[in-house]
Design a protein around this ligand. Structure first.
Ligand SMILES: Cc1cc2nc3c(=O)[nH]c(=O)nc-3n(C[C@H](O)[C@H](O)[C@H](O)COP(=O)(O)OP(=O)(O)OC[C@H]3O[C@@H](n4cnc5c(N)ncnc54)[C@H](O)[C@@H]3O)c2cc1C
Length: 449
């Protein structure tokens, strides 16, 4: 075994959180090694829609994500401007600040423009290298052991690195069927992954082996309603029906199972399916919703979506009447009569302004489904990122069950659990904020080599 030597800070995982953590630690004068399992740094940021979402106040964030940790949420809101300024200072492409409904602020790094996402990530990787960080690719970390007042990080049969401080940034456990089943129960078996396979829960396992506590709702995740058909990675984002919250979602019984409008990015909808153990469900919209004539601005992709979905072979049914739609869905195993009754009941309630009084309430975006053609897509719950994870404090120090920091251990990005819950307000922004915090905290605490 070769020893890569001793460094001040080792960062495990080179997604956005790890890149920002490594760069932040290096900018404080530390010797930093960044260890990445795959051949290419960048992680999920390369395939994301690329919008740095945040809330413009803690009150707004608390109102939208009431089950998140208030202290981490305060860090998220307060740290966002600094994290964005830090990224801007690296010369990577960032759009301007926009305001969106729900007191949200957005900074795109290239919505719908994959080239710009790569330019952003490649630019950041370049800055990390120029800052003197050694990036070890193709080096999945297998174990981390306390050694000499720090840690020995073993990343392959051929190498290890000893570090005074270690930052875990491996992206959560969305790609670990075992951990998903452990924390989410039987409904997890029906999940379709909508993120890269790197997020296999290594950070969680490694941190647990060092005594870390877990934090947040371990069954909560950020995800989307996803077409029930094979999709290529580069189809995940363009084929996401972000507008699903405007239509209705029904199960095989033809019944709605969630308040579709409860989350801005419809991220609560797939979770409702998972919690109820639903394997398949159907998104139903009408022409007004598809074209965007009906309600709400700010949700992209409605008009383009149908064309893209048809081209991709998405299981889509189109009909000129509700009865026609129900008949086609009956052939797919849906109770057609119950579906018609459900839509009629829904339409009557929302026309009367009584959506909230429905047995399954509809609290917002209440538009009747009444303009032909009608569309239905067979869907599955897609998981992008887990919301529960390693317990951290506001310095991103990893915490033991007694809430005391574990010396020298930090976590950032999706690995750091608890900032979001059943609703979410931007993982890219959380990666930037927590990555920066973890990198700075680790650097400032590390005895220099
Ligand atoms: C289609 C899609 C669209 C999205 N759109 C948005 C959006 O617009 N806005 C937003 O805020 N969020 C969005 N997200 C979510 C966001 O992109 C991710 O949550 C975020 O990029 C995660 O960053 P991370 O650094 O925490 O983890 P990751 O990007 O998952 O990086 C973790 C890295 O750690 C590596 N790793 C794992 N295990 C090990 C190990 N044992 N040793 C070494 N390395 C390891 C992995 O290979 C990976 O490179 C989207 C995600 C997807 C998939």
């Amino acid at each position: 075994m070769t020893h890569a030597g001793r460094v001040d800070v080792a960062v495990v995982g080179a997604g956005l959180a790890g890149l920002v953590a490594a760069l932040s630690a290096a900018s404080e004068g530390c010797r930093v090694t960044l260890i990445e399992a795959t051949a290419r740094p960048g992680g999920n940021a390369r395939i994301a829609a690329g919008v740095f979402i945040a809330s413009d106040s803690l009150a707004a964030l608390r109102a939208y994500v009431p089950d998140g940790d208030p202290a981490l949420q305060a860090l998220f809101v307060a740290g966002y401007p600094d994290a964005m300024a830090f990224l801007e200072g690296q010369g990577v492409p960032l759009g301007t600040l926009e305001r969106a409904p729900g007191s949200r602020v957005l900074r795109p790094m290239g919505l719908g423009q994959p080239g710009r996402r790569d330019a952003f990530v490649d630019g950041l990787v370049e800055r990390v290298r120029k800052a003197g960080v050694r990036i070890r690719v193709n080096s999945p970390v297998r174990s981390i052991e306390p050694a000499g007042g720090g840690y020995c990080v073993r990343f392959s049969a051929a190498g290890d690195v000893c570090a005074s401080r270690v930052v875990m940034a491996t992206g959560g456990f969305a790609a670990s069927p075992d951990l998903l089943a452990e924390f989410m129960g039987p409904g997890a078996a029906h999940l379709r992954r909508r993120s890269l396979d790197g997020a296999a829960g290594d950070g969680l396992r490694l941190a647990r082996s060092l005594g870390a506590a877990l934090a947040g709702d371990m069954a909560a995740y950020y995800g989307h309603t996803m077409a029930d058909c094979p999709l290529e990675v580069d189809q995940w984002q363009p084929l996401t029906p972000y507008f699903a919250r405007l239509g209705i979602l029904v199960d095989r019984r033809g019944r709605r199972f969630t308040d579709e409008s409860a989350s801005f990015l419809e991220e609560a909808n797939p979770q409702a399916a998972t919690r109820a153990g639903i394997d398949r469900y159907w998104m139903i919209v009408d022409e007004r919703i598809r074209t965007g004539d009906a309600v709400e601005v700010g949700i992209a992709q409605r008009a383009d979506w149908l064309q893209a979905a048809c081209a991709a072979g998405v299981p889509l049914v189109v009909a000129d009447s509700l009865a026609g739609l129900a008949a086609q869905l009956a052939a797919d195993g849906v109770d057609g009569d119950a579906l018609i009754a459900e839509v009629e009941g829904f339409n009557a309630a929302v026309r009367a302004g009584r959506g909230s009084a429905l047995a399954m309430p509809r609290t917002a975006a209440a538009t009747p489904l009444e303009r032909a053609p009608f569309y239905a897509m067979r869907a599955v719950a897609g998981i992008t990122a887990t919301c529960g994870g390693i317990a951290v404090d506001t310095d991103c120090r990893v915490l033991a069950p007694d809430r005391q920091p574990i010396p020298g251990l930090y976590a950032a990005g999706v690995d750091a659990g608890g900032v979001f819950g059943r609703t979410y307000a931007g993982f890219l922004s959380w990666c930037a904020v927590s990555g920066r915090q973890a990198g700075l905290s680790a650097a400032r605490a590390a005895p220099r080599t």
